[in-house]
Ligand binder design. Structure first.
Ligand code: C5P
Length: 314
């Protein structure tokens, strides 16, 4: 059987609002997520035994049963009642690890899509959605991609049609030494906000409507600047992580951006520009400071789909 190759793009959060703590311990969210064209790729090859083997070109990434790719493969084959299926997966890692860019979730979603094809299961994206939601809150978004409103713990998606989103590009920063634990960031948010959480379903729905019909979505449709972006985790992470503060200051003081924010629970940061040339020009202008502060940086376009099978010539 031929190898299957899958592209696994990263995302940024254009909006991340924590609405409340749910009885299951997760937080009810209202978000806008956006795919970007910085992507990992997975090559999957059927194996004769029942082993799930993962190799990665980045030695910092665990390739054991804690990796979402391995979890996804294991869950998928047990769901379809075929525990004898085996696979050898090679992951080419381009998305920075532990950055708030959903690299791990996108890899897991790519494993589901790739194995559905490799093992000839014919489940399709709709039926993979439920499995993706079990594996991680960001994973359903990674399956669909594009621009989506995400509610619930992140898995309830409402697409924003691409014709309602103007072209933009992103300058992305991540400090190699910085890391943020996502459970810690949510826990800290709860400690700091306590009573300010919404409690009733009516309140939640009002906030969802406010996002659906609010200034951010209206502004996304046109090529101009965006209103200040809201990320509730940014306000708890920035005081604790020096590189998040210095990176945000740098992006704000640098060439004029359409918006500047942290992605997810961080520590990656981004500035939006009208196009790739403007993002690259900003990176060149900031090169000295980025080097001095030790940031790694990437320029890429916003948009595109979620995980996708790569066919010859694509
Ligand atoms: O779903 P996922 O495994 O990616 O979430 C990682 C952690 O982030 C969870 O264990 C939880 O602590 C926190 N989280 C949360 N509320 C969400 C999503 C994630 O509290 N909606």
């Amino acid at each position: 059987m031929a190898d299957v190759t899958v592209r696994a793009p990263a995302k940024i959060n254009l909006h991340l609002e924590v609405l409340g703590l749910r009885p299951d311990g997760y937080h009810e969210l209202a978000m806008v997520m956006q795919s970007i064209d910085l992507a990992d790729s997975l090559v999957l090859r059927a194996s004769a035994d029942a082993m799930i083997r993962l190799h990665c070109d980045n030695a910092d990434l665990p390739t054991d049963g804690t990796n979402l790719i391995v979890k996804a493969a294991d869950l998928l084959r047990s769901r379809v009642g075929l525990p004898e299926l085996g696979v050898e997966i090679t992951l080419h890692k381009r998305i920075p690890i532990g950055a708030g860019l959903a690299g791990g979730s996108s890899d897991g979603a790519a494993a589901l899509v790739g194995l559905d094809a490799l093992w000839g299961l014919g489940l399709g994206t709709e039926r993979l959605h439920g499995l993706a939601a079990k594996l991680g809150s960001d994973m359903p978004f990674c399956l669909q991609g594009g621009t989506q409103l995400c509610f619930g713990r992140g898995e309830r998606l409402e697409p924003v049609p691409q014709q309602q989103v103007a072209e933009r590009a992103v300058l992305l920063l991540k400090h190699p030494q910085a890391s943020v634990s996502t459970p810690w960031a949510y826990g800290r948010c709860r400690e700091l906000r306590g009573d300010f959480y919404l409690e009733s379903e009516t309140d939640f729905e009002q906030r969802r409507q406010a996002l659906r019909h609010g200034p951010l979505l209206a502004a996304l449709a046109a090529p101009g600047p965006l209103p200040p972006l809201r990320n509730d985790l940014q306000s708890v992470v920035a005081p604790e992580v020096e590189s998040v503060r210095s990176g945000l200051d740098l992006l704000r003081l640098g060439p004029e951006a359409l918006a500047v924010a942290m992605s997810g629970s961080g520590p990656s940061l981004y500035a939006l520009y009208p196009d790739l040339a403007a993002a690259e020009a900003a990176r060149i202008t900031l090169a000295g400071e980025l080097d001095a502060l030790g940031f790694a940086s990437w320029c890429c376009r916003c948009g595109g789909s979620g995980v996708s099978l790569v066919t010859d010539g694509s």
